[in-house]
Design a protein around this ligand. Structure first.
Ligand code: ADQ
Length: 466
């Protein structure tokens, strides 16, 4: 079996325990452990005279290589092009989207730096798996340095439809970069259609059966690989949570009230103000839920250095204060708003206790919280998942009650309905969701992508059909 090399912006530290590292980090570590491999990424450090070589570490069969970046390059790459340009663009937020040529150049420089730092560590038959929008040009840079082995790319966030994608001045170059991969994985069939439509209409590529694409004398494949979770671990944690201290504390604090829970990074794609407003609207229009339902929103701060995220944080603090000021009683705080991260076991206890799981992003590649919430439910008395139609997970979870997060009153109506839903319907819906969660875990996702990447025989210079 060929050695696996994983590239991602942040690398989960070898010391991080499974319960703390996310499901993705655990699955990637497992894949590396099986084949032996190298995990390459940013060290999290910057300096004015960053060394050209990465810091090396080893833990069992896995090597880690962590590259430090030039301070200004890292800013242009991360806060600039990756999170100021690509993130809003891919989440359909043109109002928040900004393009600066210097950021685009910095993004390319960082990808070139990473390629130069990685190249000496690569063996010709390594399989390289690149993760996410920070690294779209990495394959181009590696090819320019002479690497001819297999390279796959997985895009964790949505791929925008052509009309939105055209707003990006560098759209043609970015898709040309994608063509240097052998396999491009997206979250949903919708994303695949969006990219293929662009490739055939704008880039004059050809599309063959099974998502094989011919573009600029290259042949590669584009396909959907919907990401999953470690379902077994969540089920185990949630069962154990029945008797945990966290669960007892939570139940005592609720004093018999129903819980509705949201767990999202503090990000404008997650639709948090709309969710707060919908809860406010529920309490306004359905007063029977006052003092009977508590909403808990867990939202750890993310990208706190970016202005749009600071603004969102202020907005949410104001909204939470508004809801609580309006409806709180001396023994009931309607909205509990927390900015800190929790271990998986605590999250599992909270999910299991919650009658409603509120996953209402304005746009999301997949959304793993939706799947975690399902896995953590008690099959005999499951809660209801309220899910945005704009999350990739909506394609996968047919038992969810879907909402349009732009429709505040509509969301409030659905929350009301979900709170009153009879047990038979809750069980039926949960079963339909759970079937999907267990049949497509993070391990299946990882295996499927790597199998397809390994099976690519048609990578060679494309000679016909264009
Ligand atoms: P994210 O935007 O980060 O991921 P999501 O899929 O919901 O979104 O994953 C978040 C993860 O962080 C979940 O596993 C969740 O449990 C965890 N988490 C959130 N809040 C936490 C807290 N307070 N404490 C501990 N853990 C917390 C991107 C894309 C998604 C895509 C994933 C994976 O934006 O659409 O599903 O990658 O591909």
């Amino acid at each position: 079996m060929a050695r696996l090399v994983i590239v991602s912006n942040r690398v989960a530290s070898p010391k991080e325990r499974a319960a703390k590292a996310g499901g993705l980090a655990v699955a990637l570590r497992e894949a590396l452990g099986k084949r032996g491999g190298l995990w390459f990424g940013w060290s999290g450090e910057t300096s004015a005279d960053a060394p050209a070589k990465p810091k090396m570490m080893r833990s069992g069969p896995i090597s880690y290589a962590l590259q430090t970046l030039d301070t200004e390059d890292q800013r242009a790459h991360y806060a600039g092009y990756a999170n100021g340009t690509l993130w809003p663009l891919c989440h359909y937020r043109l109002g928040l989207f900004a393009f600066r040529r210097s950021d685009w150049e910095g993004y390319r420089r960082v990808n070139a730096t990473f390629a130069r730092s990685l190249m000496p560590l690569l063996k010709p038959d390594d399989v390289v798996w690149v993760h996410d929008y920070h690294f779209i040009p990495l394959a181009s840079e590696l090819r320019a340095l002479g690497f001819e082995g297999r390279i796959g790319y997985f895009h964790h966030i949505p791929w925008p439809t052509p009309e939105v994608f055209y707003s990006l001045p560098s759209h043609a170059a970015l898709v040309q970069d994608l063509g240097q991969y052998d396999l491009v994985g997206l979250q949903t069939e919708h994303d695949v259609r969006a990219l293929l439509t662009y490739i055939s209409a704008e880039a004059r590529g050809w599309i063959g059966p099974g998502g094989v694409v011919g573009l600029h004398n290259r042949r590669f494949r584009v396909a959907a690989y919907p990401i999953g979770i470690d379902a077994e671990a969540f089920v185990t944690d949630a069962k154990a949570a029945e008797r945990s201290k966290d669960r007892k504390r939570l139940l005592a604090s609720l004093a018999g009230r129903s819980l509705a829970v949201g767990v999202d990074r503090l990000d404008y794609s997650k639709g948090l103000p709309n969710k707060f407003n919908a809860f406010d609207n529920l309490l306004e229009r359905y007063p029977e839920h006052r003092s009977r339902v508590t909403m808990m929103q867990i939202a750890p701060v993310s990208r706190g250095e970016v202005a749009e995220y600071q603004q969102l944080r202020r907005e949410l603090e104001e909204l939470a204060g508004h809801v609580n000021g309006r409806y709180a009683e001396f023994d009931w705080v309607p909205l509990r708003y927390l900015n800190k991260p929790f271990p998986r076991a605590t999250l599992a206890a909270i999910y299991r206790t919650a009658k409603l799981g509120l996953v209402t992003p304005l746009r999301d590649g997949m959304n793993l919280v939706a799947k975690e919430y399902i896995a953590a439910q008690d099959p005999e008395d499951p809660g209801v998942l309220v899910l945005s139609r704009f999350a990739g997970a909506a394609d996968e979870l047919p038992g969810a009650v879907t909402v349009n997060p732009y429709d505040i009153e509509g969301m409030a109506d659905v929350m009301n309905r979900a709170l009153l839903m009879p047990i038979e319907e809750r069980r039926e819906r949960w079963r339909a969701n759970m079937d999907n969660v267990v049949s497509n875990t993070i391990h299946d996702w990882c295996e499927r992508f790597l199998e397809d990447l390994g099976a690519r025989e048609d990578r060679a210079e494309e000679s016909s059909g264009s």
